[in-house]
Design a protein around this ligand. Sequence first.
Ligand SMILES: Cc1cc2nc3c(=O)[nH]c(=O)nc-3n(C[C@H](O)[C@H](O)[C@H](O)COP(=O)(O)OP(=O)(O)OC[C@H]3O[C@@H](n4cnc5c(N)ncnc54)[C@H](O)[C@@H]3O)c2cc1C
Length: 401
Amino acid sequence: MTKKILISGASVAGPSLAYWLHRYGFSATVVERAPGLRGGGFAVDFRGDVHLRVLREMELLDEVRRRQTNMGDQVVVDGRGRQLAKLPSAFMSGDVEIERDELSRLLYDRTQEHTEYLFGDSIASMTESADGVRVCFEHAGPRTFDLVLGADGLHSNVRALAFGPESRFIRHLGYYVAAFDIPNFLDLDHTGLMYNEPGLGVSMGSAGGKTDGGFVFPSEPLEYDRRDLDQQKQLVADRCAGAGWEVPRLLEAMWAAPEMYFDSISQVRMPHFQRGRVALVGDAGYGATLGGLGTGTAMVGAYVLAGELALARGDHRVAFPRYEELMRDYAAGCQKLAEGAGPFLAPPTRFRIWHRNQMYRLLSWRRLAGIFDKLTTKAARNITLPDYRPAPRSAAPREPA
Ligand SMILES: Cc1cc2nc3c(=O)[nH]c(=O)nc-3n(C[C@H](O)[C@H](O)[C@H](O)COP(=O)(O)OP(=O)(O)OC[C@H]3O[C@@H](n4cnc5c(N)ncnc54)[C@H](O)[C@@H]3O)c2cc1C
């Protein structure tokens, strides 16, 4: 009988899983708490041959390339907009960069014909038995699935239900990030600008017809309602009050933005990201946030998990531990890259800002930039991807697993 698999989360990891599961003949349902695909956030990048291979095998690489941002250099400016340093594009944008929401839309479009999507809903409870997992939803009627996969991000609901409260698994790295779409009021053309005051990083970038604004600042863990956008905007506005450069205009644009990504810079560390009939993929299981190649890692994770399930003919007792074994060190290596992201983007003192800018200047030397790029790409490539040999997308699905 075809295995029925429930995936929680429809951003990157969730639809990627749905894609592969269908190709291997499983039946996938995706539940997403938001009423539709979520927009907003910064662009995401892919680095090195492992990421590119996964995109290629998903028959997505050409499409992603067609929609890539083609972002140019990032310029660090002072309060009067004068250039202090310049970063080559590969430093921030990898081999290919695309807006996160465009990627999510692409993945959704590739899967929606054969995947059941339940928007505006969430898992309320799960009860595992020898035969499957009985799932009660907040809105839809209860159903039984063979497996449940949590692809619901840093604050994963599936993780909380199956493994325990997030305080046990999330390591706060001391910073917050906000990202939102803005009008291109500085007429930027495939350029990013970065500005700093002690304890505040401000960014603006425009490419591919879209302009993002963003803030990074240090903070202890904040108490707020993750569904209350105005409350989050107020938190950001309070932190940025009185800041110079274009910050007042950026704050105005933030208030006008219909969506905003706001979260702590945190990492998810779990002794195991699979248990019984439940497994976590992407940020839910090994999230790295800013600078940790989270999107590429999530797509590699989806490739491996679905591939292992296909290889084990749906037997999660074989597939899940294999998936964890293959992904653990890889994900940890990518997480390590992101540990310095907060202090690097928002240094706490004028001296540290100066020091960071000196480093940026060094990185603008091609050879040093190449060394840095190699370091990041090394983490992104640090896995030998098994060849699961999926059937071509156009062919009939394999024998049901
Ligand atoms: C709108 C948005 C903007 C982002 N912007 C940035 C950014 O600017 N910088 C950055 O570093 N990272 C950002 N991220 C995170 C980035 O997308 C991930 O690090 C990476 O792509 C891995 O994706 P993921 O699918 O594992 O997790 P995520 O992209 O976090 O996706 C998780 C999905 O699960 C859904 N979800 C959450 N709770 C539930 C629930 N109870 N039931 C069902 N679904 C649920 C969420 O709505 C979301 O669609 C953003 C994520 C989102 C959703």
